[in-house]
Design a protein around this ligand. Structure first.
Ligand SMILES: Cc1ncc(C[n+]2csc(CCOP(=O)(O)OP(=O)(O)O)c2C)c(N)n1
Length: 341
């Protein structure tokens, strides 16, 4: 699982305390993700694209970067990246219920979409792969300004087949831009399996064609993710250009809450995927290594449950955005829109 690793220096691995914190965050992500899925089934959340099975990829990569300094272009499946960036369960949940005060779009967008200036976080569109050239453009701006920010852009294996991905990667490699391309390969683009998505073995293998290193890593192993991202960020900061990381992750649930995966995915496939549960695997590893004890684990689990229950109460009671704010943040300045009437 480490094709192509020869041409990037190994990155720094996480410390024990970083591992423990990543486990705490992953347990919180799982609890929040399970709750919003349930809220969809209760008719409260319009749509959910679950991050279950992707947690180590998202949490491990954010942890290897500098929050508030580096730039994060996420996509719809990145709930765990939002938790890692410091958004609270209530803030994230308010996007799923489209409530007022939601920090990314004011509750006006698909969940997890919008932007957060303080966190250099952008997720402008649900149109697959559009975030890739946007991120590359942002990295070009940071290079031109002489800033040392690294831009990471997340996308799925399906997005890797879109033209935007090719254009973004090619441009970033030519101009040696400080970008980390982070592909969350869960084996499916809705119902389309990898074998119908590409005729080559890996997304990362394409990196050579652009002139940048590409690495395939186990995206369910938070340490491998952290290390690869740290190495890619170091390359980017040193002016050596972009890296393509292909993190092999699992998708246990249908593509979104609107999808019925029983029409195209054998049940045995999901059972196999669940054996690689990143939260469970990290828990077992940390217990075995003496980094986590049962008491701390129970506390993390109780804290996560409490945080999610409190968020549920708060967000269910919160109002929807006031219709008079309809045009807020759509145009700069006075548009003569509903909010100014
Ligand atoms: C340009 C474009 N084409 C099609 C769609 C419909 N669509 C939404 S998600 C998706 C699958 C993307 O799969 P992948 O990139 O592997 O990410 P995953 O959902 O598996 O994490 C598709 C085809 C879209 N949103 N945008």
């Amino acid at each position: 699982m480490d094709q192509g690793r020869t041409d990037i220096a190994p990155g720094r691995g996480p410390t024990d305390s970083e591992l423990l914190e990543m486990y705490r965050l992953m347990a919180l992500c799982r609890a929040l993700d399970e709750r919003v899925w349930l809220m969809n089934r209760q008719g409260k959340a319009a749509i959910v694209a679950s991050a279950q099975g992707h947690e180590a990829g998202q949490v491990g990569s954010v942890a290897a970067l500098r929050i508030g300094h580096d730039r994060f272009y996420i996509y719809y499946r990145d709930l765990a990246a939002l938790v890692s960036l410091g958004l609270t369960p209530a803030q994230i949940m308010s996007g799923f219920l489209a409530k007022a005060g939601e920090p990314l779009s004011g509750g006006r967008q698909f969940p997890t979409h919008g932007a957060h200036a303080g966190l250099n976080l952008v997720n402008l569109s649900n149109v697959v792969a559009t975030q890739i050239p946007q991120a590359v453009g942002d990295a070009l701006a940071s290079k031109m300004r002489g800033e040392d920010a690294v831009t990471i852009v997340y996308f799925g294996d399906g997005a890797a087949s879109v033209g935007d991905c090719h254009e973004g990667m090619n441009f970033a490699a030519i101009h040696k831009l400080p970008v980390v391309f982070f592909c969350e390969n869960n084996g499916y683009a809705i119902s389309v399996p990898l074998s119908k998505q590409m005729a080559v073995d890996s997304v990362a293998g394409r990196a050579e064609g652009y002139g940048m290193p590409g690495v395939v890593i186990d995206g369910t192993d938070v340490s491998a993710v952290y290390e690869a991202t740290a190495a890619a960020a170091e390359r980017a900061r040193a002016g050596e250009g972009p890296t393509l990381i292909e993190a092999m992750v699992e998708r246990y649930l249908p593509h979104t809450s609107d999808d019925d995966d029983s029409r195209y995915r054998p049940r045995g496939d999901i059972e196999e995927a669940r054996k690689k549960d990143p939260v469970k695997m990290l828990r077992e590893r940390l217990l075995a290594d003496g980094i986590l004890d049962e008491e701390t684990d129970e506390r993390f689990s109780a804290d996560a449950k409490r945080a999610v229950n409190e968020a549920t109460e708060e967000v269910e009671a919160a109002p929807h955005p006031d219709p008079s704010s309809f045009y807020d943040h759509v145009y700069a300045g006075d548009t003569g829109g509903a909010s100014s009437r």
